[in-house]
Design a protein around this ligand. Structure first.
Ligand code: MTE
Length: 317
């Protein structure tokens, strides 16, 4: 994984004029005029939290070959709109993403409803090139633009009772027709992480990709990206983030607990009940391109295996 460390907002820190132009477009598209954040304060200097020992994302360097943007933008899973991977590109365009607010509640010192532009005005956007592995056994490599979820959570000051984080997608059946027509999944789409997973520096909130703002079909204006977990954990169009003292109840896990575990860590040794997980089809390959051998934690074991210590990964899949 390569992480470019340019901050999006400060032009003095960006040397390549093209990158600077792209970043400016992102900021413009996402935030309009950047306002000084209201209600979000920075973490107190010297404050120590249990997750502070975790590795910092910018020490990771692994060369990856990025999947074509065309493919990634036209092969999406967005079940609120369609079960067809090609159709969300058009159908999701009806989702209004500006203005956008996110409610942060539960076990935090500073709950509130925060405007996205206020959140972004407090964050440094960076590009993170991550592998992305779907539970359906296809994979891609995406250059996301975003910021660590931890950096947002720290500003609202998690209380000691915060053990899990639950994320919710917008619920509006008038805009998202499958929320009305499709009873297979319970709506709105909900996902969750354990607190230490949420605070891990690889866990992102993404607002862009391929040097531009996030396309609606890929989760605009704000989505989660957890690169060592199956793609269904990376919830799109987030409107609510709740810090809970009990496990989050997540959409896929509720629908089929024997097929979609809460953890959903990429693991070649734990097959899905209906197919193997030990290899994956790489998007962009030809008919003759060999399948890639799936790696434990999607190749991020050095960074995240310690989160799971002695846990039996077959039981907690
Ligand atoms: N988030 C919402 N709200 N609705 C969805 O249908 N699909 C999930 C995840 N996040 C989904 C979602 C699944 S199954 C995957 S594999 C990824 O988004 C796909 O991300 P992509 O469409 O950007 O490739």
């Amino acid at each position: 994984m390569i992480i470019k460390t340019q901050k999006a907002i400060l032009s003095s820190e960006i040397t390549d004029p093209l990158i600077f132009k792209q970043r400016r477009q992102i900021i413009k598209a996402l935030a309009g005029s950047l306002l000084v954040g209201k209600g979000i304060t920075s973490v107190r200097a010297g404050e120590k939290a249990p997750w502070d020992h975790l590795p910092k994302a910018d020490v990771l360097t692994k060369a990856l070959s990025v999947t074509s943007a065309e493919l990634v933008k036209n092969h999406t899973n967005y079940y609120e709109f369609t079960f067809n991977k090609a159709d969300a590109t058009t159908l999701a365009q009806s989702l209004p993403t500006d203005p956008w607010s996110i409610e942060i509640s539960g076990e935090v010192e500073k709950p509130g409803v925060y405007h996205l532009e206020d959140i972004l005005s407090q964050q440094s956007l960076q590009e993170y090139i991550y592998r992305f592995r779907c539970v359906e056994a296809w994979s891609m490599v995406v250059p996301w633009i975003g910021f660590p979820l931890a950096s947002l959570l720290k500003t609202v000051k998690p209380l000691s009772g915060a053990k899990f984080v639950q994320f919710t997608t917008l619920y509006d059946p008038k805009i998202m027709p499958k929320q009305r027509d499709n009873a297979m999944l319970e709506w709105p789409y909900v996902e969750g992480l354990r607190m230490d997973e949420a605070m891990h520096p690889l866990t992102l909130l993404a607002v862009g990709m391929y040097g531009d703002s996030l396309p609606k079909q890929n989760g605009a204006p704000l989505r989660l990206v957890v690169p060592w977990k199956y793609g269904f954990k990376s919830i799109k169009a987030i409107v609510k983030i709740e810090l809970l003292n009990k496990p989050a109840l997540t959409t896929w896990n509720k629908m089929a607990p024997s097929e979609y575990g809460f953890y959903a860590n990429v693991n070649p040794d734990v097959p899905h009940p209906r197919w193997s997980q030990n290899s994956e089809r790489q998007l962009g390959g030809s008919f003759f391109t060999p399948r890639r051998q799936t790696e434990l934690f999607n190749g991020y074991a050095d960074q995240v295996a310690s989160l799971y210590g002695d846990m039996d990964l077959r039981r907690f899949f």
